[in-house]
Design a protein around this ligand. Sequence first.
Ligand SMILES: NC(=O)c1ccc[n+]([C@@H]2O[C@H](COP(=O)([O-])OP(=O)(O)OC[C@H]3O[C@@H](n4cnc5c(N)ncnc54)[C@H](OP(=O)(O)O)[C@@H]3O)[C@@H](O)[C@H]2O)c1
Length: 161
Amino acid sequence: MQTIMIAAMAKNRIIGHKNQIPWKLKEDFQHFKQNTIGHPIIMGRNTFNSLKAPLPNREHIILTRYPIDGFLCFESMKEALDYCKIKDYEKAFLIGGAKVYEEGLNYSDTILLTQIEKEFNGDTKFPPFNKSNWKLIEMEKAYSEENDFYYTFNTFQKNND
Ligand SMILES: NC(=O)c1ccc[n+]([C@@H]2O[C@H](COP(=O)([O-])OP(=O)(O)OC[C@H]3O[C@@H](n4cnc5c(N)ncnc54)[C@H](OP(=O)(O)O)[C@@H]3O)[C@@H](O)[C@H]2O)c1
């Protein structure tokens, strides 16, 4: 099973503020949807709380010590990923937030990272990761007229050596 982290971060590594994403980039929502549709999405409790409603056609898995009625919850990332393997999923996505990304670096083989070329105020950052452990295999740069900033869809793959 492929384990993929998917995130969007600003130039100053900010990913969130007051439990929301501080920008609205529709192209990134589409990118997120295209990639995750049909696959399980694993998230921390705060990220789950930030959703207005569950996202269609994706099994939601929440990491928390306090079970949430009606949702599949696990107390550890390993248990959540083991569940996905048992279910025979081809891919599992770690969709945030910072706590999940931090631990997820150890479990993932791929990072889909949208880099926004603008700084934002925020309280949550994407964790630093050692670029020598990861290889940038794809890069697609574009400009958002609505937002007046450039952004890049990056794909990093973990080095096996
Ligand atoms: N830009 C992006 O791509 C992006 C994506 C997602 C989220 N975000 C933003 O990120 C922020 C939220 O991030 P966050 O770091 O505050 O919270 P988070 O990672 O979403 O949730 C943290 C909580 O999840 C549980 N948890 C996390 N990792 C766990 C693990 N490995 N095992 C067991 N439980 C675990 C714990 O909950 P309990 O205390 O309940 O045990 C922990 O307090 C928000 O601002 C959100 O909008 C941004």
